[in-house]
Design a protein around this ligand. Structure first.
Ligand SMILES: CC(C)(COP(=O)(O)OP(=O)(O)OC[C@H]1O[C@@H](n2cnc3c(N)ncnc32)[C@H](O)[C@@H]1OP(=O)(O)O)[C@@H](O)C(=O)NCCC(=O)NCCS
Length: 201
């Protein structure tokens, strides 16, 4: 297996891994077009990081994030809001009230910067195709992401946000890789989220 920067040709495979790994999640329900725009954002925007794990020529996992979480999503929204909206239209038609509320949050999400930590990169998303989990691919992807952050910036921390409930496997995965729970907060009203951080230098 190798891990490398993603290219435009990898985007459709990244989207498939996302759809397989995050089944039922709101962003997944917005469809391939929306996910394509989202991951292209990490690929093409300054300060985005998009890495892929490749085995036998196939994308089997990826990591995505940014070294400037406080501005990255605001700029992405400013530059791409229309294409995000267009991509979400089919889903929007099905349940406008719910989708608009959640889409608003998705597009206006700034990565919840940590007040007490200024020097932190955000890991937005990490996934391994379900057919390949439990083989240390996630671990290697996460360690690679931390290395990328330290090579591309002077940031001292990586942080991420994940669900508190129904998510033991993922929480254990981060704990095992030395991430420490920093805080807990509610998102979209009643979804309890945990913020984990790790000092990388
Ligand atoms: C979370 C995810 C990326 C982990 O990838 P993975 O390749 O299955 O994980 P790994 O095999 O690399 O496991 C890494 C370490 O975590 C540990 N771990 C994994 N699952 C665990 C569990 N349920 N309980 C305790 N430890 C666990 C492993 O023991 C391993 O440690 P080791 O190498 O010392 O044995 C993957 O399961 C996934 O894509 N999940 C769906 C998407 C998701 O929720 N992503 C995270 C939110 S953004």
């Amino acid at each position: 297996m190798i891990i490398r920067d993603a290219t435009q040709e990898d985007i459709s495979k990244i989207v498939e891994v996302h759809r397989n790994a995050f089944q039922g999640f709101f962003l997944t329900t917005l469809g391939r077009g929306f996910l394509t725009r989202l991951y292209e954002g990490f690929l093409f925007k300054n300060d985005g990081i998009l890495r892929v794990a490749i085995a036998d020529g196939e994308v089997i996992g990826f990591s995505a994030g940014t070294t400037t979480p406080e501005t990255f999503f605001a700029e992405l929204r400013r530059d791409k809001w229309l294409s995000f909206l267009r991509a979400a239209i089919p889903r929007l038609m099905l349940n406008p009230a719910v989708v608009i509320k959640k889409l608003y949050h998705a597009l206006f999400y700034k990565g919840d910067p940590i007040e007490s930590l200024e020097s932190a990169a955000l890991l937005s998303s990490i996934a391994v195709d379900p057919s390949c989990t439990g083989k240390s691919i996630g671990k290697v992807l996460l360690e690679d992401y931390e290395l990328q952050v330290s090579q591309r910036s002077k940031l001292e921390y990586v942080y991420l946000i994940t669900d508190k409930f129904g998510n033991e496997r993922v929480v254990n995965f981060y704990k095992k890789l030395q991430y420490i729970q920093d805080s807990e907060f509610c998102q979209s009203g009643n979804r309890v989220m945990l913020r984990f951080i790790k000092k990388i230098i």
